[in-house]
Design a protein around this ligand. Structure first.
Ligand code: GDP
Length: 173
């Protein structure tokens, strides 16, 4: 009997304050492969994309809170079963940076320690920066997380973030 190929699927939650670029990042990465199933019932969405990492097919399901960040009941449902997390803040929003540890805690309270990465989005706006990359690097070091400066607008480092998470996940299998 031939062995069935087992597909690896990873649920990734993208969290952070409003307007830091979470939806844009998911849309950018997944290029419009849209699954609407959950939208009507619990107010969350996910998009997916399949990539190959170390010879394995990996399906990434990227979950978006669709602007419901402040509603704990919704975000809890959104975190459930997540295996990886992108903590996003914006270069031009100081508060979004200062909220990062809170977001980390919120996710970990629900799902425990999972693979996480810190993303400083809108790096294209560096001339108007309210957060320096060096500060973010320091925080990432303290929390022992990988850090990526990124621009969803310029498509800088978006691929790299998700490839890193998928690779880390495979390492742990
Ligand atoms: P969310 O609330 O975190 O999901 O944020 P959105 O994805 O809705 O993005 C908020 C705003 O930031 C939108 O107007 C986006 O076009 C804009 N945006 C997202 N990513 C970038 C980026 O890398 N650079 C710039 N300049 N704007 C961005």
């Amino acid at each position: 009997m031939r062995e069935e190929e087992v597909e690896v699927a990873i649920k990734v939650v993208v969290v952070g304050n409003g307007a830091v670029g979470k939806s844009s990042m998911i849309q950018r990465y997944c290029k419009g492969i849209f699954t609407r199933d959950y939208k009507k019932t619990i107010g969350v969405d996910f998009l997916e994309r399949q990539i190959e990492v170390a010879g394995e097919d990996v399906r990434l399901m990227l979950w978006d809170t669709a602007g419901q960040e402040e509603f704990d009941a919704i975000t809890k449902a959104y975190y459930r079963g997540a295996q990886a997390c992108v903590l996003v803040f914006s270069t031009v929003d100081r508060e979004s940076f200062e909220s990062l540890e809170l977001w980390k805690k919120k996710v970990e309270d629900e799902v425990g320690e999972i693979i996480m990465v810190i993303v400083q989005n809108k790096i294209d706006l560096i001339d108007d920066a309210l957060v320096q990359t060096s500060e973010a690097e320091e925080l990432a070091k303290k929390l022992r997380l990988r850090f990526y400066p990124a621009s969803v607008k310029d498509n800088l480092n978006v691929e790299e973030v998700f490839r890193y998470l998928a690779g880390k996940y495979l390492e742990r299998l």
